[in-house]
Every structure is written in C-alpha cells, then in structure tokens.
Design a protein around this ligand. Structure first.
Ligand SMILES: [Fe+2]
Length: 348
C-alpha cells in the first residue's frame, strides 16, 4: 500500500494520499488548496491516478483542495451527507464504503467538532478528521459543533475501535504524526472525563479565538461545486423535467455514471445503462464501449450521476472525443428525485 501523510505548515493540516499500488488509483483525504501542486507532483512521481478527493468536514482554518484537484484531475469529490456544501460529486453517510481500486474505507459519522464531521476507517487505521486529535479533540464552539455529540462520537464510536488502531488526525500543532486509540484513551487529557456533562463543561471552558482564516475559509469551502452553468450554456444540459419526458423513449441512451453502492441506495432511472465514472476515459475513446455505442446507434447520450458533477465532466470528455450528441441531467439524481422522476431498484 502507498500511504503518505502530507503536511501543510500554514494551517498545521495533515492530508493523506492513499493507493493500493504504484500505477493504480489514488484517494486523498483533506487536501489543502495551497499544496495542490505538491500533491499533483507526488501523484505523478508515483504514477498514480487520483480518482477521489475527500474532506472529513467543512474546514474553517484552510481552503480545501477539493475543487482544484477536481479541475486538474477530474477526480470525484466526496463529502458527508450532512455537509452543507453546494455540490460535491458524491456524498457518503454512516455505514457506507468509500472505495478505490484495492482499498476500502468505512464511513463513520462522528459529529461534534462540526455537525458534518466524518471519520474514515481503513483496516488498522482511522482518519479522525478533527473529531479526535493526538492528545486533544476538535473544538466544538462553531459550525454547529456540539460537545455532547462529540462525546458520543468519541466514547461510543471511535474509542470502541481496537486499542491498537492507528489514529491519523487532520491536524497536529505539536509535531506529533500518529497515535493509537489505546494511547489516546490513556493519555488524552480531554478523554479523562467520567460523564458527558463533565466533557461538555470542559469543552465549554476553552475560550479559543476564532481561526485566522475562518471568515475566508468557511464561505470558500461551502462553494466547491463544479460550475455546471457553463455546460448548460453550451446546450449540453437537460433539466430533470426535460429528462423525465425521455424515460421509456428509445430516442436516447441514458447512462448512469454512479457506483454500484449509490445505485443500490438511491435507485436508478428505468432503462438506463451503467457505466461507472472511473472507467469513463476508456469508455469514451474510440474502441471504447460508449464511443462505439454512440456510433452504432446514433442516439444522443444522456449522462447522469448523483448531483450532476461527474456527468458534467463526462459530457465534456465525450464532446472532447467527438461524441457531440452528449448531454447530462443538470443536478443529477438529486434534482431528478426532487422533480418526482421515477426511480427503480436494480434487480439482482
Ligand atoms: Fe476543523
């Protein structure tokens, strides 16, 4: 496995680059915008293909690298369902699995530092965001934080993991890089409380100044979505209502770019084909399944995904290789559902 802990000195943020092998797919957790060039250089040096960029929560102390990485690599941006960001490519919730080639991360909802804080468990290690820090815990006094919720996330979720589980936080201000659940249980001063009320009192008495970047970072981090308007301006977008009218008609090919887990969880548009986004580049080039299908049938292709972000990138990729009869559903399945579009479950 390739596992790189990367540090942004200005915000004391740790980001993590993961891959199962050289030359394979990669995922990055909590990237910082100022470090994007460095990540891309390393990704290139290790011959990796970045397919997912994940934020554990909306950060207040630095601007996320999610949007810049998506624009540069066409990777999928991922956040939790509770995050109030405008658009990400994929949202996850408790119990979901975040996967790339050869690696799988279990999603744990661990609110408290913010109400959109998630942790990611990968085998012997857990990425705790700002929920559990080394000898500390994330502050709970803004962004809908709650010391009570954090106590629950810590004591009833993270600290229930095996003692030897490695703890990789999103920040460290003292130079520590990794800890374990057992070590934090024993030595983290915030965890030496005997009740939730004691923890709430402890967190309520911290009186911390607001992060320097907060007024800039939070608004910026709430707007990470790809500008789908540009795709619409070029006439490459259908509204959900326009797309609903096409269901059951043989005049177009509807193509679902989501992953199997998303299809099982949210349902799919009747009659659509499944062509997952990570395989898109192969599928749309000459000889690829979608390229040849488009040539053989001469039908317009209508891409869709969860929120319209992957499908917007797919339209651009298809247009780039000469599939001019390609468009997408603006806003994805999310918009489709709000327009009462029909959804079916995949038969197994
Ligand atoms: Fe944070």
């Amino acid at each position: 496995m390739i596992f790189r802990q990367l540090f942004d000195g200005a915000s004391s943020t740790y980001s993590y680059l993961l891959a199962s092998r050289r030359g394979g797919e990669a995922l990055i957790i909590d990237p910082v915008i100022d470090r994007v060039e460095r990540y891309l250089q390393l990704i290139g040096e290790l011959d990796l293909r970045l397919v997912k960029a994940v934020d554990t929560h909306v950060h207040a102390d630095h601007i996320t690298g999610l949007g810049a990485l998506r624009d540069r690599t066409h990777c999928i941006t991922v956040m939790g369902e509770a995050a109030r960001v405008d658009v990400v490519s994929m949202r996850v919730s408790e119990g979901d699995r975040l996967t790339i080639e050869g690696l799988s991360l279990d999603v744990l909802y661990t609110p408290g530092h913010t109400d959109d804080s998630y942790s990611l468990l990968m085998g012997d290690r857990v990425f705790t965001g700002d929920t559990l820090l080394i000898r500390g815990t994330g502050r709970t006094d803004f962004q809908n934080g709650s010391a009570r919720a954090q106590y629950d996330s810590l004591f009833n979720k993270l600290l229930k993991l095996p003692d030897e589980t490695l703890v990789y936080p999103a920040h460290d201000y003292k130079g520590d890089t990794v800890s374990t659940i057992g070590e934090e249980k024993a030595f983290n001063p915030r965890l030496q409380v005997t009740s939730v009320d004691e923890y709430v009192q402890l967190m309520g008495g911290l009186n911390l100044p607001n992060p320097k970047m907060m007024d800039v970072a939070v608004p910026a981090n709430l707007r990470v979505g790809l500008a789908q308007d540009e795709i619409a301006r070029r006439g490459w977008a259908l509204t959900a209502a326009q797309a609903i009218a096409l269901v059951g008609q043989a005049s177009v090919t509807l193509i679902d770019l989501r992953e199997r887990g998303e299809r099982e969880k949210h349902g799919l548009i009747p009659g659509s084909l499944h062509a997952p986004y990570p395989d898109l580049a192969v599928n749309v080039r000459p000889g690829g399944m979608l390229h040849e299908l488009s040539r053989a049938t001469d039908k317009p292709m209508v891409f869709y995904c969860a929120f319209g972000e992957r499908s917007a990138m797919a339209v651009q990729a298809a247009q780039d290789v000469g599939i001019t009869a390609a468009c997408h559903i603006h806003g994805g399945i999310d918009a489709w559902r709000r327009a009462n579009g029909p959804l079916v479950r995949e038969s197994r």
